[in-house]
Design a protein around this ligand. Sequence first.
Ligand code: NAD
Ligand code: TYD
Length: 350
Amino acid sequence: MKKILITGGAGFIGSCVVRRFVNNHPDYLIVNLDALTYAGNLQNLKDVENAPNYQFEKADIRNRDEVNAIFDKYGITDVIHLAAESHVDRSITNPLDFVLTNVIGTVTLLEAAKEKWKGHYADHLFYHVSTDEVYGALGAEGLFTEETRYDPHSPYSASKASSDHFVRAYHDTYGIKTVISNCSNNYGPYHFPEKLIPLMINNIINNKPLPVYGDGNYTRDWLYVKDHAIAIDLVFHEGKTGDTYNIGGFNEWKNIDLVQLLCKQMDEKLGREPGTSNQLITYVKDRPGHDRRYAIDAGKINRELGWAPSVTFEQGLSETIDWFLANEAWLNDVTSGNYATYYDTQYASI
Ligand code: NAD
Ligand code: TYD
């Protein structure tokens, strides 16, 4: 029986992955290890918390004793590692937190795997979930492939790049079975409202200014979080050991166009006059080191594992807005407390 440790399972993507594995793989035990930082929230997992094949452990991936104890307690057979500090703007303010969690935390987990699985590495998998941001920024043309040279620019992407290198090093040096996937920007239910899409949805609901960084012509490739979870399930089961898979939405949007689309859809859903929310758009000071464009070539995972996004952007965005409108209590809960302090500091100019 597989006993899979999913780290960061109380976060945005992690909770979607936990939900999928708990529901789709009743024969596996899913152990969710999460420190419950500001981004972790057990409300995200209410629907599976009593499932017989699910366990939660509040622990910190930087703490070797805590991690080792969880490996021993459950006899962990595999790891799907998502726990991270994940927000670029916070990494600009507090880079060391990103080094400690994303680099040291990942190596701490790798060390536990190396020790606990010694002598039978072939029977276990360490799956590291990473980001396309490790590849740096694209100009107007081109796509990131698995061969693109790493060129991170933010402390966040530098820390994720470093963690990717450590995962490969543990594969090459110790023979641990590893796999890495690098995904583009996700969106969907339970997305913490410090990131672009949920922040704009929250501000539109509350008639607050919509802060667009710089000229607004920065481009991201957006993927519905449930399609990312499906891809992770496939890579976990069918990915080639030691390999990397890029995951993306084939769905590039300039930030300003995306914000305008959100305004249009939300005006319709909220029964507001067309054009109402557009008036909230406010250009603000640019993010330092802001990567101009990300775009993924997801051809390899499509060819080798048969994965493709199942949801169109229009569908996914509409479902996402509906989810946020139906879950205002969740939104109010996560935006209370220290969110206000973060928001006031980050958006002091508006
Ligand atoms: P998130 O910030 O929503 O969640 C991170 C989770 O990790 C939280 O539950 C938090 O409590 C937990 N965590 C943080 N530090 C921890 C620690 N020291 N010990 C244990 N748990 C800790 O992040 P997300 O957006 O769900 O991203 C999950 C993973 O996917 C990250 O590794 C991120 O780099 C990667 N990723 C994210 C995106 C995206 O668009 N959000 C895209 C590609 C890859
Ligand atoms: P974000 O959601 O932080 O993801 P990432 O930086 O990891 O891609 O930001 C997505 C894009 O939106 C990025 O180009 C920065 C921009 N952005 C804004 O214009 N305003 C905002 O308030 C935020 C949070 C992001």
